[in-house]
Design a protein around this ligand. Sequence first.
Ligand SMILES: [Zn+2]
Length: 110
Amino acid sequence: MAKCSFCSRQIEQGKGVIFVAFARVYNFCSSKCMKNFQLGRESSKLAWVRKTGKGKTKAELKEELLEEAKHEEKMHEEKAEEEKEKKEEKKAESKSGKEQEKPAEKEPAK
Ligand SMILES: [Zn+2]
């Protein structure tokens, strides 16, 4: 039995697609796998491939995805924090460099 070149699932006899390219023969279990392959997607990055691929339970996959999301969120936060610090530094510099008095604010006429 052939194996899907994309999600590495076993392909049932008489099912699937055979695709020849780059002097290689690819077997796909479905047109979905073939299309994703042609789009240049990496099967290891696709959740639906992982679901069928490595025998992980749904809960495990969910946890993994959550972990990834958390990690990304943390990275964003750290970046924002850094930028904030930089801005504050700049502010402090310009303040100490030139002591300018703020022009008196005019009260809006009512
Ligand atoms: Zn497949």
